[in-house]
Design a protein around this ligand. Structure first.
Ligand code: HAM
Length: 421
């Protein structure tokens, strides 16, 4: 084994594992297309300032987890830790809001966070997500949650828990923060060093601290739902009503806060309990960010979105994803037929057939072994006789039957056998 290894927490995906990736990606794109989302692709690297301003200076991501570097032009750049800030940046940069009152975007790609690697937690991980700009909800909020639950069910991810909360806006937040700080301040000495510092800089963050001593204090903290202003309460009630009407089970979790500062009002998280998921069981998180577009320099535009971690979804998925076998495997009975085989392979592939061969010069027997191992349903055998006659022997490897057919008929014969499977 070479001493060169991938960066810790960053993974290769080999062809034998790609089936599951493809299945998730296909299901995601099929689903979002049905819901009217268009794909957006943004750069993997952005100016550092975008994430500092978008995600929030006093968050775990910005304080500890970003891959930030200075490029040769002395610009501070960061490998994107998430997709929302980039989507908002692109939405503003291209004046998308001026073209249409509501914009629905979907994306899928790698994200980077320097977290402690563990099962389901990586430093390069993949997210699929969506963002909706211009719709204040709450119906689109409910639709989004319901869409994700449907997608996960389609992928065989069962035993889910949908948690929802409402973080309120301006007034609600101010009154709640006051109560939270009043509760936490006398208990400051029981908190972790990080939380003690955040108590003055960003008290809401104390609520999603992972430190056990913080969690003990947080368990008794006041709940934001008791502080909701009437409009927030109305929004949250309608969200719940709509989720119920759509048949999506959910649980209100009043202490749910998430690690990004841009959220307000609707907040949700979907957790899995099955499959090979361990402690990293948050499959997907999202929420409303009605202030973010304005905060990044645009006009007031409501927004909501979510992202799901593909590796975690795959750990929770059921079903078999064997890599696809070729339709046909070409075998030559003498090495002189290898050029002939190369042209036959090209013709088959041109006709839309997945065809493979082993033309290194081994025995017919070893080529048949490779054909079996490949999982192909058909072997196409050519030797000097077939070359002279302009034919090929087409062998159905499952039934053992063999037919000699003209070269022009080989593709059709392979298809006929494949369809009879
Ligand atoms: P997030 O909660 O930070 O939200 O990440 C969303 C999902 O990405 C998580 O639920 C998890 O499945 C996956 N994930 C996060 N970090 C890791 C990691 N280190 N390794 C593996 N998977 C991970 C966001 O990123 C928001 N941008 C979501 C959003 C979109 N909110 C509104 N719009």
């Amino acid at each position: 084994m070479s001493s060169l290894r991938a960066v810790k927490g960053m993974n290769d995906v080999l062809p034998e594992d790609i089936g599951r990736w493809r299945r998730v990606e296909r299901a995601f794109w099929d689903t979002v297309a049905r819901y009217g989302y268009g794909e957006v692709r943004t750069p993997i690297v952005e100016p550092t300032e975008l994430f500092v301003r978008g995600i929030g200076e006093v968050t775990d991501i910005v304080e500890k987890e970003m891959y930030t570097f200075v490029d040769k032009g002395e610009h501070s750049l960061t490998m994107r830790p998430e997709g929302t800030a980039s989507a908002v940046r692109a939405y503003l940069q291209h004046s998308v809001g001026a073209r249409s009152p509501v914009t629905k975007w979907a994306y899928l790609g790698p994200m980077f966070r320097r977290e402690r690697p563990a099962r389901g937690r990586y430093r390069q991980f993949w997210q699929a997500g969506v963002e909706v700009f211009g719709d204040p909800g709450p119906f689109v909020d409910a639709e989004m949650i319901d869409m994700i639950v449907g997608l996960l069910a389609e992928l065989g991810v069962e035993d889910l828990e949908v948690l929802v909360n409402c973080l309120g806006t301006g007034d609600t937040r101010a009154r709640y923060l006051e109560a939270l700080v009043a509760y936490l301040t006398p208990r400051a000495s029981e908190l972790s060093a990080d939380s003690q510092r955040r108590l003055t800089t960003n008290p809401l963050r104390v609520l999603d601290s992972k430190a056990p001593q913080d969690q003990a204090v947080v368990a008794e903290a006041p709940e934001i739902l008791a502080y909701l202003a009437d409009e927030d309460r109305g929004h949250f009630d309608l969200l719940q009503e709509t989720l119920t009407a759509l048949g999506t089970p959910f649980r209100v979790e009043a202490r749910l806060v998430r690690g990004l500062d841009y959220y307000d009002r609707t907040l949700f998280e979907i957790r899995g309990r099955g499959g090979e998921l361990g402690a990293q069981n948050t499959l997907c998180g999202g929420g409303r960010y009605d202030g973010l577009v304005e905060q990044l320099g645009g006009s007031a535009t409501p927004g909501i979105g979510f992202a799901m971690g593909l590796e975690r979804i795959m750990l929770a998925m059921s079903g078999d994803d064997a890599p696809p076998a070729p339709d046909a495997f070409v075998v030559v009975t003498s090495p002189e037929q290898r050029t002939d085989a190369a042209t036959l392979l090209k013709a088959l592939r041109g006709a839309g057939i997945a065809a493979d061969a082993d033309l290194r010069g081994g025995s017919t027997k070893s080529q048949f072994r490779r054909a079996d191992k490949s999982g192909a349903a058909v072997a196409i055998v050519i030797g000097p006789d077939e070359a002279k006659a302009g034919t090929a022997q087409v062998k159905d490897l499952r039934r053992g039957e063999q037919r000699e057919v003209a070269r022009a008929e080989v593709a059709a014969e392979v298809r006929r056998i494949g369809e009879a499977e």
